[in-house]
Design a protein around this ligand. Structure first.
Ligand code: ADP
Length: 619
């Protein structure tokens, strides 16, 4: 259980190191996209608003152009001139023409001609899609009205423009509301005398319809305001035409949107955000628009004399896109990206967890391998230690055996020499066997002690300067008796002054072993000892012409207690440890080795190699 929690922790750590940076980067990118998209959204809404108000402004312009051209055309209409010359004959014709015109154009509530005093001469009302000619006896005197007084002083071709307001009948606002703009121009007869004015009452509903029509797919609200800040088109119908009613005089944009109005009234055009939303506005100067668009004449559409400054007559088109709309759009985009982000995070989460699992498995495998290796290493050390202890035990046990064995050998030797009295032949023979076996046992024990000491790593080497031929001479001396007894020839080929720095006792032990083996396993012929220097080593080769060793036995020759059965049966003596010990000494103590070549019945060559120089106490 503990194991699995730590694995879980590990996995979590790996997963997080992958997940966190990736999630951070990916989400930053997503956030950038979100930012980009929402900015684009804002921009497109802003552009849309600007386009809308521009279109609306153009609509107003084109409407005014049309009305102005109607009026100017009419002011010099031939039928009108004829009537001014001789009213009795031509008046009825003109009236008919005007009735036709009224029905055709559909945009004029009233078309009137007033004389210079302000008395109506002709009046066509447009009601219920039909032109109605007002009977003579119902014509009224309008000399006191502002539109008459403002128009009559104008020069030829100049146009009076009334405020955009609601028609009033009998002192009350006409219901249903009838938005109205009066266009007036003075009339001159053929002689050039001013004879009165023409007044066209334009049905403002057409203009309002046109303006509203631009924004059929409206996002937000379109408003049209006059220069005092009253709504002609409002967000709400109840806001509209405030200046026409005594109880609505405070329904101005200044009061309802004070901050926005401050900006809107301060400049001709602009766009800004308030807490209410996006405001986009443009100022329309209808009289200026018309003057500009009138053909040729620079002052075709001047306003009335009092408001000579054309800039004083203007409207404001304002578009308001409420904050809600933006937040909804932005929220929609945000939702999309949040959804994407959630998917991404989930995906990344799965991905990194998967990755972490793979890593964790790899890691566990590595960990287990490391643990196994460590266990092996430890048990190896333990085994070595056990082996060393075993060797030490054997060495000390063997040492303990040597003492009693030496007294057996010593005392049997003394008895055999007859020092304790005479022995008969049988006793001599039996005691001789005891003595011989004891010698053999001592040899064995000595070898075992040597081997054990080396294995227990308790053998020290004592390098000294020596000359090879002296050591070989000493070895030969040791086997001299056996050599002579067997009548073997001995050839020695050792260069003089072959110096070494090695352990003399161990070197001698090795050479002696090989030499005594050669003597032991050779019945006739010769034994050859050669020595030579090879690089940093010296090789001593002992060659005999003895019984040789069969091929399969060669590789097992250097193992402990390995004695060739054929040889044992023939020859006496030997422990089976000699070559094993020699090899151990040569490789482990003297920095060299032993090798053998042999032919059965022809002889063997044993080559001992030792380092020329042995470093101090190597153990
Ligand atoms: P041993 O004490 O029996 O001589 P060694 O370890 O010295 O033990 O030798 C192992 C065996 O190798 C010997 O029993 C013998 O059979 C064989 N041997 C060693 N030296 C020679 C040699 N020069 N010629 C033939 N056989 C040899």
């Amino acid at each position: 259980m503990k194991e699995s929690t730590s694995t879980f922790r590990y996995k979590l750590k790996i997963a997080l190191t992958v997940f966190l940076p990736l999630a951070f980067i990916m989400n930053s990118v997503l956030w950038m996209f979100y930012y980009q998209e929402s900015t684009t959204k804002y921009n497109s809404i802003e552009t849309h608003a600007v386009n809308t108000i521009n279109m609306q402004s153009l609509k107003i312009g084109s409407n005014f152009k049309l009305i102005a051209s109607d009026l100017i055309f009419f002011s010099s209409y031939n039928q009108l001139m004829d009537m001014l010359d001789d009213s009795e004959v031509h008046k009825s014709r003109l009236t008919k023409d005007l009735a036709l015109f009224s029905r055709g154009s559909k945009i004029y509530d009233q078309i009137r001609i007033l004389d210079v005093a302000g008395m109506e001469i002709v009046r066509i009302n447009y009601s219920g899609d039909l032109p109605v000619v007002t009977p003579e006896n119902q014509l009224q005197f309008k000399g006191g009205r502002y539109y008459f007084r403002d128009t009559i002083p104008l020069a030829k071709g100049e146009i009076f423009l009334s405020p955009f307001d609601l028609n009033i009948e009998h002192g009350k606002v006409e219901q249903p509301l009838k938005p109205m703009i009066r266009f007036g121009t003075p009339i001159f007869d053929r002689k050039g005398d001013k004879r009165g004015i023409a007044i066209f009452n334009y049905l403002g509903a057409n203009l309002i319809q046109d303006i509203k029509g631009v924004v059929s797919n409206l996002i937000g609200f379109s408003m049209l305001l006059n220069s005092s800040g009253y709504w002609i088109i409002g967000r709400d119908a109840t806001d509209e035409w405030g200046f026409m009613y005594d109880d609505k005089k405070d329904r101005t944009m200044r009061n309802v949107y004070p901050d926005a109005w401050k900006k809107i009234s301060a400049s001709d055009t602009g766009q800004f955000y308030t807490a209410k939303g996006l405001f986009t506005f443009i100022t329309v100067y209808p009289s200026l628009e018309n003057r500009k668009s009138s053909a040729g004449s620079g002052k075709a559409f001047a306003t009335n004399a009092k408001k000579d400054n054309a800039r004083g007559y203007y409207w404001k088109i304002v578009s308001l896109i409420p904050e809600d709309y933006f937040s909804e759009e932005i929220y929609r985009i945000l939702r999309k990206y949040l959804y994407l982000s959630a998917m991404l995070i989930a995906l990344l989460g799965f991905g990194s967890w998967f990755w972490a699992s793979v890593k964790s498995k790899q890691n566990t495998a590595r960990y287990e391998l490391a643990e196994l290796t460590d266990r092996l290493r430890k048990s190896n050390i333990k085994l070595k230690e056990l082996d060393r202890l075993k060797s030490m035990f054997v060495a000390s046990m063997s040492h303990e055996l040597r003492t009693p064995l030496n007294s057996i050998i010593g005392f049997t030797g003394v008895i055999l020499q007859g020092m304790s009295g005479d022995l008969n032949e049988r006793q001599k023979d039996q005691l001789g066997r005891v003595n011989g076996a004891s010698h053999h046992l001592l040899d064995l024990i000595n070898d075992v002690i040597d081997i054990s000491k080396i294995e227990a790593e308790r053998t020290d080497v004592f390098p000294v300067d020596l000359v090879m031929d002296e050591v070989i001479e000493e070895a030969i001396g040791a086997v001299q008796i056996q050599l002579e007894a067997k009548g073997l020839d001995l050839t020695v080929d050792v260069p003089k002054g072959l110096n070494l720095m090695t352990d003399r006792k161990r070197l001698l032990q090795c050479i002696l072993n090989l030499l005594s083996n050669a003597v032991k396993y050779t019945d006739e012929g010769e034994i050859r000892i050669t020595a030579r220097s090879i690089g940093s080593e010296v090789e001593v080769a002992v060659t005999d012409s003895g019984i040789g060793i069969p091929e399969p036995a060669l590789e097992k020759l250097f193992q402990p207690f390995e004695r060739l059965q054929s040889h044992v049966s023939v020859k006496a003596g030997g422990t089976g440890l000699g070559l094993y010990l020699t090899k151990k000494i040569a490789t482990e103590l003297l920095g060299g080795g032993v090798a053998v070549e042999s032919q059965v019945e022809e002889g063997s060559t044993f080559r001992l190699k030792v380092a020329k120089t042995l470093p101090g106490n190597s153990r």
